[in-house]
Design a protein around this ligand. Structure first.
Ligand code: ATP
Length: 913
C-alpha cells in the first residue's frame, strides 16, 4: 500500500506534490491544478428548485382559504370571481417566491464578502487568496486564530497548536510538529497533519496542502455539516405569534359578520340563496383581506435589504437577528488599538537607563533621526540604544515594505512591531542584515494573556533570548539591567526610574513596550514561557504614538446622545488608555480606570457595580472581557463587544452582538461574531447601530400601516351589516384592495430613510411590545377614519345616484384604496408630520403609491371593470372621490400632533463616564 501523508518526511511530501517550500507553486501550475481538482469547497446541499418554492407558497393556511373561496365561487357559477381569486393567489405566490429569492441572494452575497482567506506562498511571494482557490501543493502560512483551510502536512512549526474538537473530539489543543508519524496512528495522533476547518489556537507555522474540498477528512463527513439552519429572529418569532393571534381574531370577527349578515337577512324575511352565498364570499374575502399574511415576508425582505445597506457601509451582518438586536444596544465595548485609534504606530520616544531620546519622522517612512536633548545622536555610538534597537528589530515578525515609488511605506504584520522595525531603520539597522547576523532559532509567540513575546537567537558566541512586552509585566521579570556596557543587578531605585519614565510616556498617550534579554549556555526548552521569560536583563523602553481615528470623537458623541455608553477595553497601559479615552470623549475629567488586576480582586457583585460607571478597562486579558460582558448583561444592558485575537472568541459569543475586526481579526473571531466590520472602525459600529434602529422603526411603520388598512376593511363591512346597509364592497373588490395596497406602499415604508431623531432616542428595550400605546392609538384612529370615510362615500353615492349599488360600490372601492394610499404618508413616522418630512423624500413610496393608483385605474376602466363590477367614473365623480381621499390622512396627522402635545418631554440621558 502507498504511504500516507503523515508517514512521509517533509521533503518527500514536497516532492510528491511537486511543490517548493520557499517559492510555492507558480500561477500557471495553480491554474492547472484548479482545473484538475476544482475549487476547495465542500459540496453544498442541492438548492430547492423554483417550482418547489412556488408550491410551498400554497401550504399557507390563508392561501388555502382563498383556494376554497375560489372553488366555492366556481361551484355557484361565479366563474369570473373564481378566476380572479386564482390569479390573485398565483400573483401572491409569485411575489413570495421573488421576495424569498431576493432575500436568499442578498444573504449569499454577504456570505461571499466574509468568505475565508488564506495566506499562501506562490511565485516566490506571500499573498492572501480566497480559501476556495487553494490547490494541493500550495504552501500555506498558519497563524494563531486561522482556520486551517485544507488538509495540510506541517512543514514548519513554532509552537503550533490546533483545536481539533470538531473532528477528533479532543477538547484540548494539540501540538503540531513536522516529525513523521507511524502509519497506524489514528487521526487524533497524526501530529504532523492539520485538518480542514480546525483552528490554530497558538503559535505559527508553514504547511503544504495535501487535500482540498471533498478530498479532506471533513469532506468525508461533509453531509453532517449541512444541517446548519438560520433560526428565526426574535422579531420574526414575535410576529409569527402576533400574526397567529390576529388571524384567529380575524377569523372570529369574520364568522361573526357572516352570522350577523345571515341573521339580518333572516329577520328581514328575504334570505335568498344568493344572499347567503354573497355573505359567505364576503366573510371569506374579508378574512383573507384582514389577516396580514404578508408580514413575515416583508419583515424578512426588509431585514435582508438592511443587511445589504449595512454591508455597503462596511458592516457585514452574519446573522439576521443581529440586525434587530443592534437597535437595542446600550453599551459598546471597544478595543482601543485599531478600532478607536488608527493602528499607525510610530516610535517617538526611547528610554534607556539614564537617557531619554526623541525620534523624528512620520508614519512608517524610515526617514528620521534620534536626538538627545535636541542634539542628534548616532545610535551605534550609544551602547544602550544600540542594543535596544537591535533587540527590538530581532524580536519581531513585521516587515517593512516600500512601494515602487520608494515614497510610500507599509508594514506587513503587526503595526506595533512595524513601528519598532522603522525605529531600527532610523538608527541604521536593517532586518535582513540583523537576521543574517543573529539567526532566530526558536520563538514564543506574543499572546495577549502574557503580553510578551520572546525569540531565541545565536548571538555572537552565545544563545540569547530577546523578550519584548508590556513594561509593567516585563519589569517584574527583570532581575538585572544593562547599562554602561555591563550588566548589574536591578535596584529598586532603578526600577522606580524606569516606572516613572513609563508613566510619563503613557500619560501622554504613548503606547510603551519594554525590551529585555537573557543569555543561555545551551539551547533551552521553550515549551513553558514562564521558564524562559524570567531573570531577564532590562534594556530599555520604546514609546509610540497611535493617533486616535478622527471620526471616532463624533461617533462617541452620537452614542452618548443615543443613550449608548461607549467603553474602552484594552490590553494597553491604564495611563495610555485613559489619555486616549479622554481625547475621544469616552471619559471626562478624572474618571476611574480599572485594570485587569483590579478586576481579579473584585467580587462579581462589585464588578457589576463598577461596570455601570467605568469607561476604561486597561491591561485586561481576554478572560476579563468575558467577566465584563457578564457584569454588564446582568445589569440588563444589551452589549456589543469587539475582538480580534483568537482568545476573544468567548467574549464575542457572550455579548449580545459580537463584533469582529475585518482587517486585524482572526478567522475564529470572524466566525464567532454576529457582525464583522471591514474597516475595523468604531464609527462603523455606531453607524450600524443607527441603521439597526432605522430598520426596526421601518418594520414598525409597515406593521402599523398594514394593520390599520386591514382593520378599516373589517370595520367597513362590520358597520354596514350592523346598520343593515347593503354590502359596500364585493368579495372580489376586497381581495383586490388587499393585494394592491398591502404590497407596494408597505414595502416602500420598509425602506424609509432615517428620521432625524433616530440617534436621540434611548435604546429600545428588547422586551418592549411590538406596538406601543401611541401606535395602537394611531391604528385605531386611522382605521376608523378610513372606514367612516368609505361608508360616507358609499352613502353619498347611494343618495346621489338613485340608489345605484354599482355606483355606490365603485365609490366605496375607490375611496378605500385612495384613503389607504394617502395614509401611507402618515405612516412614515410616528413623531414627525408628513408635511415636515416632505412628500418626495421616499421615492419608493411615491412609486408604490403610483403603482397602486395605476392598478386601481386599470381595474375600473376598460374590460376589467366588468370583472370588478364597477362603473367607469367620470370627472364629476373624481371631484368628490379625490376630495375625500385625504380626509383620513389629515385626521391621522392631527392625531399625531395631539399625541405629541400630550407626550412628556423626553428625559435627558446621562451616559457620561
Ligand atoms: P487593544 O486590546 O485595545 O487592541 P492592545 O493591542 O494594547 O490593545 P493587546 O494586543 O492585548 O492589546 O496587547 C497588550 C499589550 O501587550 C500591549 O499594550 C503591549 O504592551 C504588549 N504588546 C502588544 N503587541 C506586542 C508584541 N507584538 N510583542 C510584544 N508585546 C506586545
Amino acid at each position: 500500500m502507498e504511504k500516507q501523508w503523515h508517514q512521509l518526511t517533509s521533503t518527500e511530501v514536497l516532492t510528491a506534490l511537486n511543490s517548493d517550500l520557499e517559492r510555492g507553486l507558480s500561477s500557471a501550475e495553480v491554474a492547472n491544478r484548479l482545473a484538475q481538482y476544482g475549487y476547495n469547497e465542500l459540496r453544498e446541499k442541492a438548492r430547492e428548485p423554483l417550482w418547489k418554492k412556488f408550491l410551498n407558497q400554497f401550504k399557507d393556511f390563508l392561501v388555502l382559504i382563498l383556494l376554497v373561496a375560489s372553488v366555492i365561487s366556481l361551484a355557484v357559477g361565479e366563474v369570473a370571481d373564481s378566476l380572479v381569486i386564482i390569479a390573485i393567489v398565483v400573483l401572491n405566490a409569485a411575489l413570495g417566491v421573488f421576495q424569498e429569492a431576493k432575500a436568499e441572494k442578498a444573504l449569499e452575497a454577504l456570505k461571499k464578502m466574509s468568505a475565508p482567506t488564506s495566506k499562501v506562498v506562490r511565485d516566490g511571494g506571500i499573498s492572501t487568496i480566497p480559501s476556495r482557490e487553494l490547490v494541493p501543493g500550495d504552501i500555506i502560512l498558519l497563524d494563531a486564530g486561522d482556520y486551517i483551510p485544507a488538509d495540510v502536512r506541517i512543514l514548519e512549526s513554532f509552537n503550533l497548536k490546533a483545536q481539533e474538537a470538531s473532528l477528533t473530539g479532543e477538547s484540548v489543543p494539540v501540538e503540531k510538529e513536522c516529525a513523521v508519524v507511524a502509519a497506524e496512528a489514528p487521526l487524533a495522533e497524526r501530529h504532523n497533519l492539520g485538518f480542514m476547518s480546525t483552528v490554530v489556537t497558538y503559535g505559527r507555522g508553514k504547511a503544504v496542502a495535501v487535500g482540498t474540498a471533498m478530498n479532506t477528512e471533513i469532506g468525508k463527513i461533509a453531509a453532517m455539516l449541512q444541517t446548519v439552519t438560520e433560526d428565526s429572529t426574535p422579531l420574526q418569532k414575535k410576529l409569527a405569534e402576533f400574526g397567529k393571534g390576529l388571524g384567529v381574531i380575524c377569523l372570529a370577527v369574520c364568522a361573526i359578520i357572516f352570522a350577523m349578515g345571515l341573521w339580518k337577512g333572516y329577520q328581514d324575511g328575504a334570505l335568498t340563496f344568493d344572499e347567503v352565498q354573497m355573505m359567505l364570499m364576503t366573510s371569506i374575502s374579508l378574512a383573507v383581506a384582514a389577516i396580514p399574511e404578508g408580514l413575515p415576508t416583508v419583515v424578512t425582505i426588509v431585514l435582508a435589504l438592511g443587511m445589504q445597506r449595512m454591508a455597503r457601509k462596511n458592516s457585514i451582518m452574519k446573522k439576521l437577528h443581529a440586525v434587530e438586536t443592534l437597535g437595542s444596544i446600550s453599551v459598546i465595548c471597544s478595543d482601543k488599538t485599531g478600532t478607536l485609534t488608527q493602528n499607525q504606530m510610530t516610535v517617538v520616544k526611547v528610554f534607556t537607563p539614564g537617557r531619554m531620546y526623541a525620534v523624528s519622522g512620520e508614519g512608517y517612512n524610515p526617514a528620521g533621526q534620534f536626538t538627545h536633548q535636541e542634539l542628534p545622536v548616532e545610535a551605534a555610538a550609544e551602547t544602550e540604544l544600540d542594543l535596544l534597537l537591535r533587540s527590538a528589530v530581532l524580536c519581531n515578525d513585521a516587515q517593512l515594505k516600500a512601494a515602487a515609488d520608494n515614497k510610500t511605506w507599509s508594514i506587513i504584520g503587526d503595526p506595533t512591531e512595524g513601528a519598532l522595525v522603522v525605529a531600527g531603520y532610523k538608527g541604521g539597522y536593517t532586518q535582513s542584515q540583523l537576521a543574517g547576523q543573529f539567526p532566530r532559532l526558536q520563538e514564543i509567540p506574543f499572546d495577549s494573556g502574557r503580553k510578551m513575546m520572546t525569540t531565541l537567537h545565536r548571538f555572537d558566541r552565545q544563545l540569547r533570548t530577546f523578550t519584548k512586552g508590556a513594561p509593567d509585566v516585563l519589569l517584574s521579570r527583570c532581575t538585572a539591567i544593562a547599562t554602561g556596557g555591563s550588566v548589574r543587578p536591578l535596584t529598586e531605585a532603578e526600577k522606580a526610574v524606569i516606572q516613572a519614565a513609563n508613566k510619563e510616556m503613557a500619560s501622554s498617550a504613548l503606547r510603551v513596550l519594554a525590551v529585555a534579554y537573557r543569555d543561555f549556555d545551551s539551547k533551552p526548552d521553550m515549551t513553558n514561557p514562564a521558564d524562559i521569560e524570567t531573570q531577564l536583563v532590562f534594556i530599555g523602553l520604546l514609546g509610540m504614538i497611535d493617533p486616535p481615528r478622527l471620526e471616532v470623537r463624533a461617533a462617541v458623541e452620537l452614542c452618548k446622545g443615543a443613550g449608548i455608553r461607549p467603553v474602552m477595553i484594552t490590553g494597553d497601559h491604564p495611563d495610555t488608555a485613559f489619555a486616549i479615552a479622554k481625547e475621544l470623549g469616552i471619559v471626562t475629567g478624572s474618571a476611574q480606570v480599572l485594570t485587569g488586576k483590579d478586576l481579579d480582586a473584585m467580587s462579581p457583585e462589585a464588578l457589576k457595580q463598577a461596570g455601570e460607571t467605568t469607561g476604561v478597562f486597561a491591561r485586561v486579558s481576554p478572560e476579563h472581557k468575558v467577566a465584563i460582558v457578564e457584569a454588564l448583561r446582568q445589569n440588563k444592558h444589551i452589549v456589543a463587544m469587539t475582538g480580534d485575537g483568537v482568545n476573544d472568541a468567548p467574549a464575542l459569543k457572550k455579548a449580545d452582538i459580537g463584533v469582529a475586526m475585518g482587517i486585524t481579526g482572526t478567522d475564529v473571531t470572524k466566525e464567532t461574531a454576529d457582525m464583522v466590520i471591514s474597516d475595523d472602525n468604531f464609527a462603523t459600529i455606531v453607524a450600524a447601530v443607527e441603521e439597526g434602529r432605522v430598520i426596526y422603526t421601518n418594520i414598525k411603520k409597515f406593521i402599523y400601516f398594514l394593520l390599520s388598512c386591514n382593520a378599516s376593511e373589517v370595520l367597513v363591512i362590520f358597520f354596514a351589516i350592523l346598520f343593515g346597509w347593503p354590502l359596500p364592497l364585493l368579495p372580489i373588490q376586497l381581495l383586490w384592495v388587499n393585494l394592491v395596497t398591502d404590497a407596494f406602499p408597505a414595502l416602500a415604508l420598509g425602506v424609509e430613510k432615517k428620521e432625524p431623531n433616530v440617534m436621540r432616542l434611548k435604546p429600545r428595550d428588547p422586551a418592549e411590545p411590538l406596538l406601543g400605546g401611541k401606535l395602537k392609538t394611531l391604528i385605531v384612529v386611522q382605521s376608523l377614519a378610513i372606514a367612516v370615510t368609505v361608508l360616507v362615500s358609499f352613502q353619498y353615492a347611494l343618495a346621489s345616484y338613485g340608489g345605484d349599488l354599482t355606483v355606490a360600490r365603485t365609490f366605496a372601492f375607490i375611496t378605500l384604496i385612495t384613503t389607504q394610499i394617502t395614509c401611507a404618508y402618515a405612516a412614515r413616522s410616528e413623531y414627525y408630520s408628513a408635511f415636515s418630512l416632505g412628500f418626495f423624500s421616499n421615492k419608493f413610496l411615491n412609486g408604490g403609491v403610483a403603482l397602486s393608483f395605476g392598478l386601481l385605474l386599470v381595474s375600473v376602466y376598460g374590460p376589467l371593470h366588468l370583472i370588478f363590477k364597477t362603473i367607469e367614473p367620470g370627472l364629476h365623480e373624481w371631484g368628490f372621490l379625490l376630495a375625500v381621499a385625504v380626509i383620513p390622512f389629515l385626521i391621522t396627522e392631527s392625531a399625531k400632533w395631539l399625541l405629541k402635545l400630550s407626550a412628556k418631554p423626553a428625559q435627558s440621558m446621562d451616559v457620561s463616564n
